[in-house]
Design a protein around this ligand. Structure first.
Ligand code: FES
Length: 166
């Protein structure tokens, strides 16, 4: 009998990520989404392996520059995840974050970055399966987009980086 459940003790298929060299950074709130990712791991839910996690105290701590610099200097996608609205450990941090990230998203095309390379979401510590869904969908999206062309261009030619940031 085959196991069709989302649980699997087998490591996630990382051949596509390895081939394309895709890098994704996830900024996760300590109180909810980091716990959700932990829950997914403890429950052995299959997840993509190309996400590098940065634990932050709250999404309210997210400076949009963290996202911009990540996308400009090295990664192919950025995922920010925190507590659901009204569940923020600091009451309103995620409301500030939502406002900032919506405004920031509008600037991405001006920076020459596809808006699909950035996503923010809310996942609680008990939502391991939801975390699996979010991270899998985002990873698949980034793989469809392929490597971030801005990063490849800039890493090979530093003069374009300095002129692009003026
Ligand atoms: S503590 Fe999680 S978003 Fe504020």
């Amino acid at each position: 009998m085959t196991d069709s459940s989302p649980r699997s003790s087998a490591p996630a298929d990382e051949t596509a990520a390895t081939k394309q060299g895709i890098k994704i950074v996830g900024f996760l709130c300590n109180w909810c989404s980091y716990g959700g990712a932990d829950t997914a791991g403890v429950c052995r839910f299959k997840q993509p392996t190309d996400l590098r996690v940065v634990r932050i105290p709250c999404t309210g701590r997210m400076d949009p520059l963290f996202i911009a610099k990540s996308l400009i200097y090295g990664v192919d996608g950025v995922l920010v995840s925190g507590c659901h609205p009204r569940d923020c450990h600091y009451a309103v941090g995620n409301f500030y974050a939502r406002r900032r990230m919506e405004a920031f998203k509008a600037f991405l095309p001006f920076m020459g970055i596809d808006t699909q390379r950035f996503k923010y979401t809310w996942v609680s510590a008990s939502e391991g399966q939801q975390w699996q869904k979010v991270v899998t969908e985002f990873s698949e999206q980034i793989h469809r987009l392929g490597p971030n062309p801005g990063v490849r261009l800039r890493s090979g030619d530093n003069s374009k980086v300095s002129s692009g940031l003026r």
